[in-house]
Design a protein around this ligand. Sequence first.
Ligand code: PBG
Length: 323
Amino acid sequence: MFARHRRLRLTPAIRDLVRETVLTPLDFIYPLFVVEGKNIKQEIPSLPGNYHLSVDRLPEIVEQVLTAGVRSVLLFGLPEKKDEIATSAWEKNGVVQQAIHQIKKLFPAIWVITDVCMCQYTSHGHCGIVKNGVVQNDETLEYLAKIALSHAQAGADMVAPSDMMDGRIFIIRGRLDGGGFPNLPIMAYSAKYSSGFYGPFREAAHSAPQFGDRNTYQMDPANIRQAMLEIESDLRQGADVVMVKPALAYLDVIRHARDRFDVPIAAYNVSGEFAMIKAAAERGWIDERRVALETLTAIKRAGADMIITYYALDACGWMLEIV
Ligand code: PBG
């Protein structure tokens, strides 16, 4: 006597019925890169199919996002001016602030998340204030709070601090509450690893550190217990959603977090994960559609409630084709 597992794999219809993990467009958050200037829609070489967009060209992409069925975007700004303290990150008329304004004005229902960090805005490319070559934790917090509040004031629906300074959720929560935004949630990049998979993003966002690396603030890829501590810490400080990033090489971290914490978990399917599939598919080595959907399904199966992915729009199209 043995079990006949293949009975439930006989036809597409029965396979659909027993499928445990089903992707929907509502799982996805689509990242957008906003640049200064006018009438700019320029493909990002390291992220094929993704664009640098000026504020006036955002609406057409947001329309595509909504048509695909995706309801949420994550905004990154690429300012023209960078300085030591990331001034353009919190200016009222900064590039992200304008983008938020524009999107919410035209599409009030879309959920606009903003990346709160300094690295695209600092001349040295680090995620905080640098003194004597060292990224300063406590001094940085004040700036992060200022940036987050400016996003809220511009109309953001949720802020997502990605800097990995200690105490940032606490200070941002306090500043949002004090500024009249007690209902604005925080999605914390809690378990953010110091990863080689961010390579293509740094080219896309012009945010590579000009000296050293991010190893003193982002996490060591070897650690999972530490990830649980980071998540716990962010939750205690007031995070509403926690994130594991990258996703693919960290599925165990997503699963562990899922089993341990009853809060929504986001996973960031980062630029290098996207680029690897793209590049291999271009060479004809893998089937892009199949591998991309397999990857996204795996991230959801591991326990992610929402997935930030450069594949969001393509995946929605491909999901419709599947019979
Ligand atoms: C900014 C930030 C980074 C990413 C998201 N926010 C880069 C970094 O930490 O160097 C990476 C996203 C990706 O690779 O897709 N701190």
